[in-house]
Design a protein. Structure first.
Length: 204
């Protein structure tokens, strides 16, 4: 991330926006289960809210400096924090009931890394587990905001095929001005041989 991203993502304003508006919309009242994986936790803007939704949260962050701040801000037995890469998740198969990635995928350096990350999320979810993500659209303002930072846009229209390819089903993409949310589910074992189902909707 560049300096502007670090500054904004560390503010109480971003934390309040995440808690009050972004996460309630992205998750839309979904049941998170007993153990949530937070990918790309950053400064922990979403972490506190996730701890209210599940008895256990594991937060993964690539930048060790951000991880130290996250640990300092959220000290509780219900939270586990680790340094790691979204494209090579350091967890056993079927470890989590749900996974959340807020503004993470576009920070991966290539489409191939993004696809590996999606495959890894599918691997570590239990059968029936859900994946939720929020991404921003490709636009000049978002490219300007990522000056001297990694910005690999994820086209909303590509989400269906890319998620289905790694095994997800019940894929949904919903739009909001400037960005979109994605939800998908790892098929339950008894549904594993059924073709993936997809759906799309748009909101203003």
């Amino acid at each position: 991330m560049n300096r502007m991203e670090h500054f904004f993502c560390s503010t109480s304003l971003w934390q309040q926006m995440t808690h009050r508006f972004l996460l309630p919309w992205v998750l839309s009242g979904a049941r998170m289960g007993d153990h949530v994986l937070e990918i790309g936790a950053g400064y922990g803007a979403a972490t506190g809210h996730l701890l209210k939704l599940a008895p256990r949260v594991t937060s993964l962050e690539f930048d060790p400096r951000l991880l130290r701040k996250l640990k300092a801000n959220h000290q509780c037995a219900e939270l586990t924090t680790l340094c790691g890469d979204a494209a090579t998740l350091p967890f056993a198969d079927q470890s989590f009931s749900s996974a959340v990635a807020i503004l993470v995928l576009h920070h991966l350096k290539s489409r191939e890394q993004q696809d590996r990350a999606l495959s890894e999320v599918h691997r570590v979810l239990r059968p029936g587990g859900s994946f939720f993500a929020f991404e921003i659209n490709d636009s000049w303002i978002h490219r300007a905001a990522h000056y001297k930072s990694t910005f690999t846009p994820v086209a909303a229209g590509s989400a269906f095929a890319r998620l289905a390819k790694v095994g997800f089903s019940k894929i949904s993409v919903d739009f909001l001005r400037g960005g979109y949310r994605v939800s998908a589910r790892r098929a339950a074992e008894e549904m594993a041989n059924e073709p993936p189902a997809v759906a799309a909707s748009a909101t203003a």
